[in-house]
Design a protein around this ligand. Structure first.
Ligand code: FES
Ligand code: FE2
Length: 406
């Protein structure tokens, strides 16, 4: 089997948990989403009682994709090919002219295959085809604390994903995006034009380490086990309510919003303004979930050298509209001005890796620097340019790929 095909079977749901969607994307009973688990087409549905199911979007008759819409509300799905109909929990409920199958035809044998386990952690839905996989909580491990931070930032509110997504494809392997999300070494170089643009709009706090090694700065990277990692940019902005807002990258029009929010919500204004800007973390949950600032980014492998990245913007329930409007503005700039820098590099790396005569790449940064510390929970902390996030997830990748098929 080709390595890519093996990854789709073993890494993407075969042996462990993969991210599927956020609960707010299934807002009412009988909501559904079409997505992929690796390359398997999947329907994520909420049944009439509110429970969530993952069912393969592959007709039990001859394999056609049953539902061809991205999302919607449906109690059942009828396959457009020959009209077999399935409930949104997977059971086959109707077959046109069943007498043609003879008297022994048993509909209960022809339901859609389901994802063995589908589980949500505080709104984040994961699935696995491995009935013996460790619990989702154990799989997330110390990454849970970072998810909690991100969720609790909504000040008792609820995070919502319901806007149209920002979708981009690149001609490169899916792991190049995972490499990059935990890479604190590249921004000063790869994103120079974005940093320059920010500095032209006013004082840019994130330029303060520009030209110096970011390793002398307060940003840190943490290896969280199971291939998960996080870059913490918050130490640069620690402080009382309002610190996130005061330290954000300048954006056109922000003064008007600030004035409006301060005049209407005087005592809550600083906390509300902090919610308008990014969470200042890059949290990577192996193999396909990246939380970047306020956004949820999903990696979808399409082929060995084809990947789709989807950025979901988030809003918060229970806050003034102005907060969510400004929040959407702050989520526009990186996908538009930063992500193309990264994707251009992914394609160039893919090109370079096609030189089969050169087999190795180098991901040893930090290995001999003696700058890492290990906490009691096994979490490793290092200056932000350390490449241990790559070494960490390749250890997880290796153990999944070396295991037996689930
Ligand atoms: S392939 Fe679905 S009904 Fe025939
Ligand atoms: Fe980047």
């Amino acid at each position: 089997m080709l390595i890519f095909e093996e990854e789709m079977v073993k890494v993407f749901g075969g042996r462990s948990w993969v991210y599927l969607a956020h609960e707010s994307q299934l807002p009412e009973p009988n909501s559904y989403l079409s997505l992929r688990m690796g390359r398997r087409p999947l329907l994520l549905t909420r049944d009439k009682h509110g429970a969530i199911h993952g069912i393969f979007n592959r007709c039990a008759h001859r394999g056609a994709t049953i539902c061809r819409d991205d999302s919607g509300v449906a109690r059942s799905f009828q396959c457009p090919y020959h009209g077999w109909t399935f409930r949104n929990t997977g059971e086959l409920v109707g077959v046109p002219w069943p007498q043609g199958y003879g008297p022994d035809f048993d509909k209960s044998q022809f339901g859609l295959r389901k994802v063995e386990r589908v589980k949500a952690y505080r709104g984040f839905i994961f699935g696995t085809l491995n009935g013996d996989a460790t619990s989702l909580e154990d799989w997330l491990g110390p990454a849970r604390d970072w998810l909690d931070y991100w969720i609790d930032r909504a000040c008792g509110g609820e995070v919502i994903v319901r806007s149209a997504a920002f979708r981009m494809g690149y001609r490169g392997n899916w792991k190049l995006a995972y490499d990059n999300a935990g890479d604190g070494y590249h921004p000063s170089f790869s994103h120079r034009s974005l940093l320059d643009m920010a500095s032209r709009m006013g004082e840019a706090k994130d330029m303060s380490y520009f030209g110096r090694t970011p390793d002398d700065g307060p940003m840190k990277t943490y290896s969280l086990g199971h291939g998960h990692s996080v870059i913490d940019q918050r130490p640069a902005y620690e402080g009382p309510p309002g610190s996130f807002w005061r330290n954000q990258r300048p954006q056109p029009g922000r003064e008007r919003f600030e004035e409006l929010i301060r005049s209407q919500y005087a005592d809550r204004a600083d906390a509300l303004l902090d919610l308008c800007v990014g969470a200042q973390i890059n949290l990577s949950i192996f193999p396909n979930l990246l939380i970047i600032g306020n956004q949820i980014q999903v990696i979808e492998p399409l082929g060995v050298d084809r990947t789709q990245l989807t950025w979901h913007a988030t809003t918060v329930r229970g806050v003034p509209d102005e907060v969510n409007t400004m929040r959407m503005r702050t989520q526009e700039d990186f996908p538009a001005f930063g992500e193309p820098d990264d994707q251009a590099n992914f394609e160039e790396v893919q090109r370079g890796l096609a030189v089969v005569e050169e087999e190795w790449i180098y991901m040893n940064r930090g290995l001999d620097a003696r700058w890492q510390t290990v906490g009691e929970d096994g979490v490793v902390k290092a200056p932000v340019t350390d490449e241990m996030h790559m070494r960490g997830y390749y250890a997880e990748w290796t153990s999944q790929m070396d295991g037996e098929d689930a």
